[in-house]
Design a protein around this ligand. Structure first.
Ligand SMILES: [Fe+2]
Length: 363
């Protein structure tokens, strides 16, 4: 009898251990999920950058109140709205640069707020109330090549800022040919965006929204531009110039101006993304068009900046033509080809396109 009671106690103890263990695991599971949920909810993909100086340090060129409102309210709002717009979407993984150079594929909200965040971050970075440096030798040479002298660049920037009707930005950019150019854009657009005709990498951006100057200069935008010119940080701008001329983004922008690539992409995107959803009608109807566009692409002028990349690109273009020919042959021989094989071949074409164009944008 005693032995039976002892077994019973051992059994109850065992159950308790399992039960407690389960409770412990459940608690651990809930805690882990809670932490993940909280981190996810609070995740801020983009952050307001700190200023290098106090708001008062920019006086008398920019008044402290304007600096404070501009930075802590206007810029912060662009950051908040951008984070809100991308939260829970695949765009959370995109860099700011990628959001900008592919703007045409995203919403107006993303265009305005990603632009607002990038533009203001650049603006704060290139301003210094502390020193009156001048461009380094390399940048000065480039300025003289494009504008004759530094004063002419100032005049050009002044003109661009004054021509811009309403809100926008005046820019000094490195264009896809590696040359300096002065441009201007409306609202929070900038020259990285694929919706802008004069594209390049900005190295100076001057905010000409009234919120940037109205408290001090009221309607005198010209006075404000003079003030900004006086506090440009040429050390930072010179560094930005040297980074920009080596930046692969310039090649991407060049590619966006590559009409044959765009034409090929249009057909490939329509056929490949349909096939991903098991719809093979588009590729059956348009495989010849895909082949012709691959041929035209292979024979077009390759807009890249260095010979090594041109050789790699040329190799990929030949491969693309061969693959599209191959698929076309399969689809025109009159025999029934399995969807699986069509998709395999189309995926290989899509992969080669990635080698050429980098990011593939869904249409
Ligand atoms: Fe602004």
């Amino acid at each position: 009898m005693l032995r039976k009671i002892e077994y019973l106690y051992q059994f109850i103890e065992k159950i308790n251990i399992v039960f407690l263990h389960k409770i412990f695991r459940l608690k651990k599971f809930i805690t882990l999920n809670l932490v993940l949920f909280i981190s996810f909810s609070w995740a801020q993909t983009f952050q307001l950058p700190s200023l290098k100086f106090a708001y008062t340090d920019y006086e008398p060129f920019i008044d402290a109140k304007t600096m404070e409102i501009h930075h802590s309210k206007h810029h912060q709002t662009y950051v908040n709205n951008l984070n809100k717009a991308i939260q829970g979407t695949k765009l959370e993984k995109f860099s700011l640069n990628n959001l900008l150079i592919n703007t045409s594929y995203f919403s107006e909200t993303i265009r305005n707020n990603a632009g607002g965040h990038y533009n203001h971050s650049l603006f704060w970075e290139i301003l210094t109330p502390k020193s009156n440096s001048s461009p380094d030798e390399i940048l000065l040479k480039a300025i003289e090549e494009s504008f004759g002298k530094l004063d002419s660049l100032q005049t050009k920037l002044q003109q661009a800022a004054m021509i811009r009707f309403g809100s926008g930005w005046a820019w000094l950019i490195v264009n896809p040919d590696g040359k300096l150019q002065v441009t201007h854009t409306g609202n929070q657009d900038n020259p990285l965006m694929d919706v802008i005709s004069e594209r390049g990498i900005p190295i100076i951006g001057i905010d000409v929204w009234e919120h940037a100057y109205y408290l001090k200069h009221q309607n005198k935008r010209n006075d404000y531009i003079y003030a900004i010119w006086s506090i440009l940080d040429w050390g930072v701008i010179s560094e930005k110039y040297q980074a920009a001329i080596k930046d692969p983004t310039l090649e991407k922008i060049k590619q966006d101006n590559w009409p044959e690539l765009k034409a090929f992409h249009k057909v490939m995107s329509a056929t490949f993304h349909a096939a991903e959803k098991s719809d093979f009608k588009p590729i059956i109807e348009r495989n010849n068009e895909l082949k012709v566009n691959a041929y035209l692409l292979k024979n077009s002028e390759i807009p890249v900046l260095n010979p090594t990349e041109e050789a790699t690109m040329s190799k990929s273009l030949h491969k693309l033509e061969k693959q599209t020919n191959d698929l076309n042959r399969y689809l025109t021989i009159g025999r029934k080809i399995s969807d699986k094989l069509i998709f395999k071949k189309l995926t290989a074409i899509h992969d080669t396109f990635h080698e050429i164009a980098g990011l593939c944008k869904e249409e």
